[in-house]
Design a protein around this ligand. Structure first.
Ligand code: PEP
Ligand code: MN
Length: 337
């Protein structure tokens, strides 16, 4: 971290600042010129409150050189993290499909969709039981009963299951869920992040509606700082000024994340676009950009889905996406494990 001091500061004030910085366990390299005085802070600056330093009277500007995330940082963990769930690997040279309905609606629905997506090549079944809806009058999900049906589908098909948690008070209900999803709206629910950080199961962390990549990685850091290192990042589009799509898929986030972090990165083209006809092209683009997997909403009867029907694929459409993606996978040195 570089701190530039304003011109002509009293020695006493500079010494006070130095003492405080040293107290944080950091070394200081001073460079005193005629016009300005620059302090180079060396050490673990992740605990430094950059805004506090910036607000000091004697400080002109502050610049962070080192990223504020440590556990998630590829610099300190160069190899890709590979997460194994139910015998399937996520990350590295592995590619995975996470498919299923937006919401679990009935036993017949979730089992029919599970069997279909499994037959097409998906190793993971997704299904929402607690739904974060914009309107309190919209279908809120089947909640605990939905999770029971998801478990039933897991038993019938052998597929590991993924579902979104919205409150730490529901953790016990998620015992049979293999991967817990933190949705876009809760990406910065820091208490929830800390709670799932104490669990011994992988977390699928979606990007917030309008969050930067660094904020997203800091949310991963929250989970990791509690001991849970198994995180899958999921890009699901961000809010922009473009109304033709529900969100704007940030494809560049994929290669940026691959540089910055060792965690697996998957893409959800369903929420990113809100339109089923865009799921295939966005899936191919995501694979080309280096994604480790895709999360796709699939429904046996999208026209009558209780949630997100417009972006849901029919099983045969999902099958076609898997077929075209599988042509691309060898080109990016990936395989479905
Ligand atoms: C979902 O996956 O069902 C969901 C609600 O996604 P997001 O949090 O990305 O909106
Ligand atoms: Mn949905």
């Amino acid at each position: 971290m570089i701190v530039v001091l304003k011109n002509g500061q009293e020695e006493k004030q500079i010494n006070n600042l130095k003492k405080w910085i040293n107290g944080l366990g950091l070394e200081i390299h001073m460079s005193e010129g005629k016009e300005s005085c620059i302090m180079g802070l060396v050490g673990d600056t992740s605990k430094v409150d950059i805004d506090l330093i910036r607000s000091l009277d004697i400080v002109e500007s502050v610049k962070r050189i080192q990223e504020p995330f440590k556990n998630a940082n590829r610099k300190f963990h160069p190899e890709d993290t590979i997460i194994e769930v139910g015998g399937h690997k996520i990350g590295g040279n592995n590619f995975q499909y996470f498919a299923g309905p937006c919401s679990i609606e009935s036993e017949a629905q979730i089992i029919a969709v599970a069997e279909a997506v499994k037959a097409s090549g998906a190793n993971f079944l997704r299904g929402g039981a607690f739904k974060p809806r914009t309107s309190p009058y919209a279908f809120q999900g089947m909640r605990a009963d939905g999770l029971k049906l998801l478990s039933k589908a897991k038993k019938e098909t052998g597929m590991p299951i993924v579902s979104e948690i919205m409150s730490g008070s529901h953790i016990d209900l998620f015992e049979d869920v293999d991967i817990i999803q933190i949705g876009a709206r809760n990406m910065q629910n820091f208490e929830l992040l800390k709670q799932v950080g104490r669990l011994k199961k992988p977390i699928l962390l979606k990007r917030g509606l309008a969050n930067t990549i660094e904020e997203w990685l800091m949310s991963a850091e929250y989970i990791m700082s509690e001991g849970n290192m198994e995180i899958i990042l999921c890009e699901r589009g961000i809010r922009t000024y473009e109304p033709y799509t529900r969100n704007t898929l940030d494809l560049s986030a994929i290669p940026i994340l691959k540089e910055k972090t060792h965690l697996p990165v998957i893409v959800d083209p369903s929420h990113a676009s809100g339109l089923s006809r865009l799921v295939a092209p966005l899936s191919l683009a995501s694979v080309g950009a280096g994604a480790d997997g895709l999360m796709i909403e699939v429904h046996n009867d999208p026209a009558h889905a209780l949630c997100d029907g417009a972006q849901s694929l029919k099983p045969e459409q999902f099958d076609a996406v898997v077929k075209s993606v599988s042509v691309m996978l060898p080109l990016v040195n990936k395989k479905v494990d």
